[in-house]
Design a protein around this ligand. Structure first.
Ligand code: AHG
Ligand code: MN
Ligand code: MN
Length: 334
């Protein structure tokens, strides 16, 4: 019988044999993974679990919260607050960061998450996910606050997402490539199903919400027009399009078989630099994509080099197969 490598074994190897991560980070990732398992169970109950529908509240970004946004947020907070490895947490669903209460020991890491990504898909039984990012607390900080989370993505020490689809998977990087684990629902364990995931450099598939096309700015319009022109156009090949509207699901497809995912800044609300959030959506996804050989920019620079100024800051996102991301980025520079 061939036995599969568990998440714990994978992380222990990174810690012990490669010396890549400290034990505290390994334990922290395992706790996040455990919380994702619980969220997966809640998601999979659907209408039977009473988890569908609106919570009747709005988050700090003015978006209505779904019941599962709130449940997933609480699950991650409860699972992570007592472990001793964290100093604070920040989330899409909380106005400000949450400092670990004094009754628990504090650690040296900061955890950020989008507890439930793709909320609009919950009630229609389409894949959703959880996205997370781990940073180090800057040295000699005693009172943690929002400002300590404002670190560029290159400072991340781990990032990943869980996707709650036909199978529940965890896709993870600790800066040594990307590994994918599949949840065995019978045993409750995460098994390594893909080590060293790589995104193909070339692709014939793109993802963008084209209902916004009338608001697009010229570089995006030019790039998409060329893709749509297909074999007869300047690209000389036909492209296919997919849009799930759960970033986790769209990025997971790109991670699995290549493609480019875009959520550009547009002229709907020109003061907003995009829709997706830098710290807990774009940065962790960019870390994963780069670790898998792809690229991620905001059209002008590497997303992971953007210096954040606000906890819930937004950013334009172009990520996936390297050649396509470089092309659309070069159109912005022209
Ligand atoms: P969230 O559910 O965490 O608020 O994120 C939704 C995001 C992202 O998952 C997805 O790519 C995008 O919103 C979809 O936006 P549109 O509905 O504008 O297509
Ligand atoms: Mn999201
Ligand atoms: Mn969300």
């Amino acid at each position: 019988m061939t036995s599969r490598i568990s998440l714990t074994q994978y992380l222990v190897e990174k810690q012990r044999e490669k010396g890549l991560i400290p034990a505290e980070l390994r334990l922290l990732v395992e706790v996040v993974a455990r919380a994702c398992k619980r969220i997966s169970i809640a998601v999979s109950k659907g209408a039977l679990g009473g988890v569908l529908g609106d919570a009747g509240t709005n988050n700090v970004q003015g978006e209505p919260q779904k019941k599962l946004d709130v449940i997933a947020n609480e699950t991650l907070l409860e699972a992570n607050e007592w472990g001793g490895n964290l100093a604070a947490m920040a989330s899409e669903e909380m106005d400000h960061s949450y400092t670990i209460p004094n009754r628990y020991p504090k650690g040296e890491f900061l955890l950020l998450f989008d507890p439930l990504d793709g909320s609009s898909n919950i009630d229609v039984n389409i894949s959703v996910g959880t996205i997370f990012s781990v940073l180090r607390l800057p040295e000699s900080v005693v009172d943690v606050s929002d400002e300590h989370f404002l670190q560029p993505g290159v400072k991340q020490v781990a990032a990943g997402y869980a996707i709650y689809g036909p199978a529940t998977m965890l896709v993870l990087t600790v800066g040594d490539g990307v590994a994918a684990f599949t949840l065995d629902r019978e045993t409750g364990s995460w098994s390594l199903t893909e080590d060293q995931l790589r995104i193909p450099e070339q692709t014939k598939e793109f993802a963008i919400n084209s209902s916004n096309s009338r608001h697009w700015q010229p570089p995006v319009r030019r790039y998409i027009d060329e893709l749509l022109a297909g074999r007869e156009g300047p690209r000389g090949k036909d492209f296919n399009m997919r849009w799930v509207a759960s970033m986790v699901a769209d990025v997971h497809r790109v991670m699995s078989r290549g493609g480019i995912f875009m959520y550009p800044r547009d002229n709907r609300e020109p003061e907003k630099p995009g829709k997706l959030r830098l710290l807990y959506e774009a940065n962790p996804m960019s870390f994963l994509v780069e670790q898998a050989g792809g690229a991620a920019t905001n059209g002008l620079q590497r997303i992971m080099e953007v210096q954040p100024t606000k906890l819930h800051e937004r950013v334009a996102v172009f990520l996936g197969s390297r050649e396509e991301v470089e092309r659309v980025t070069s159109y912005h520079r022209d």
